[in-house]
Design a binder for this molecule. Structure first.
Ligand SMILES: Cc1cc2nc3c(=O)[nH]c(=O)nc-3n(C[C@H](O)[C@H](O)[C@H](O)COP(=O)(O)OP(=O)(O)OC[C@H]3O[C@@H](n4cnc5c(N)ncnc54)[C@H](O)[C@@H]3O)c2cc1C
Length: 204
């Protein structure tokens, strides 16, 4: 399967990135783009999280529920985004046409890749070793990592989002990071013209 953009990781930043990319579906520059997300959620930090301090989320919201409803929101609103379930990425390789993404079950190709798999040092995608450094904004004892990047860009067409991009671990920051990357990709597809996607109330 070949994509224009493939997101790796179905946690806070990955799902947010997918939602914003999906919301551009009616724009001429995004209409024909094929977008996928490897929506692995088993090791998301949302699995055990309880939210009282996030604007717009009712206090007591469970991260585990956000994982479920986030996936469903993507299916309901933006079904053109391929959700790849029950697969874990093991390798990422670059060639002249883009990236080859290998999972435990399949091989995919994509022009643009977003790595949104969290900042744990247990992260084991071969091909990313050269970018791994100690996380710049956590305590040393936690042994967290980031993928060295400038404004989320690791190298041409390869982005990182969420805690792995170097942000501290707060839900809103991870979502913001994923959304930011999505608007960078939309801007790229829009020939460099700065792009955002807003829905509006239609008044009579
Ligand atoms: C116990 C706990 C409580 C928290 N409470 C709060 C709080 O009260 N307020 C707040 O703001 N924040 C809180 N957080 C922080 C918040 O949950 C994180 O900041 C946020 O989940 C980080 O998002 P992320 O996308 O970077 O990583 P994650 O949400 O962890 O997502 C990473 C995703 O990548 C997937 N993945 C990993 N490896 C691979 C692979 N090889 N291939 C494919 N997919 C892969 C994982 O399964 C996961 O779904 C809490 C976190 C924890 C752990």
């Amino acid at each position: 399967m070949t994509f224009d953009a493939l997101i790796i990781g179905g946690g806070a930043s990955g799902l947010s990135c997918a939602l914003v990319l999906g919301s551009a579906k009616d724009k001429a520059f995004a209409k024909e783009k094929s977008i996928g997300i490897i929506v692995h959620q088993k090791t998301s930090h949302l699995q055990n999280a309880l939210f009282n301090n996030v604007l717009g989320l009712q206090s007591g919201t469970l991260g585990a529920d956000i994982l479920k409803t986030g996936k469903q929101q993507l299916i309901d609103l933006y079904p053109h985004i391929s959700q790849i379930d029950e697969e874990k990425v093991t390798h990422l390789e670059k060639n002249s046409k883009g990236f080859i993404i290998t999972t435990n079950k399949n091989i995919y190709k994509s022009k643009v890749v977003v790595v949104a798999i969290g900042y744990t040092s247990l992260m084991t995608i071969k091909g990313l070793e050269n970018y791994i450094e100690p996380h710049p904004r956590t305590v040393v004892e936690k042994d967290r990592i980031w993928l060295k990047n400038t404004d989320h860009l690791i190298e041409e067409n390869l982005y990182v989002a969420g805690t792995l991009a170097g942000w501290r671990s707060q839900f809103a920051m991870a979502c913001g990071s994923g959304s930011h990357v999505a608007t960078d990709i939309l801007t790229l597809w829009n020939g460099g013209k700065h792009t955002k996607i807003h829905d509006k109330i239609i008044t009579a």
